[in-house]
Write a protein that binds this ligand. Structure first.
Ligand code: FES
Length: 168
């Protein structure tokens, strides 16, 4: 391998990076695959954070400024959930079949916001992802970065209640 083709290691051992890597292989690692790759990261994680943007830039050999510029230009992309806490519910096929819509509906109702939004007090962001890479654990959600498989509505709402209770 020569230096110019070296790619950075994935930011963590989170299984969702495998989904991103697969998308990169599908779209190629050229700079023209940038938007598709950013979509893949957001689909997997629900948003784009700085580590993700730097990883994408390094993988595609694109300047960080370009990656950041594209991510901020398109309204579709979300940079870091603005809420103090983040609830990302997987809406991929496996999770959908196992009732993910009910999870989203319940959190939307409890928080009074739609998916993709943050509560007005900035406490909680509710996001969705297309697949979290843990389909065998459907329905899955990531709560403040921690994966929760086979999660039930009651348990999910209980987590959200904890956030609301301790940050008041
Ligand atoms: S569809 Fe939800 S983890 Fe894959």
């Amino acid at each position: 391998m020569n230096i110019s083709s070296a790619r950075p290691p994935v930011p963590s051992d989170d299984p969702r990076w495998k989904l991103v890597a697969a998308a990169m292989r599908r779209h190629g690692h050229g700079a023209d695959a940038l938007i598709e790759t950013l979509h893949a990261v957001q689909d997997a994680f629900g948003y784009l954070d700085d580590d993700s943007l730097r990883f994408v830039a390094g993988s595609l050999h694109a300047p960080y400024s370009l990656v950041y510029g594209v991510a901020t230009f398109y309204q579709h992309f979300t940079l870091r959930p603005p809420g103090k806490h983040a609830c990302v519910v997987c809406m991929g096929t496996a999770c959908y079949i196992k009732g993910a819509q009910g999870l989203v509906d319940a959190v939307e109702k409890r928080l009074g916001i739609e998916a993709g939004r943050t509560t007005p007090d900035g406490k909680v962001s509710l996001l969705t992802a297309r697949c979290l890479g843990s389909c065998g654990m459907a329905p899955a959600a990531v709560l403040d970065g921690a994966m929760h498989g086979k999660i039930k509505t009651g348990a999910l709402i209980a987590e959200v209640e904890e956030w609301l209770k301790h940050d008041s």
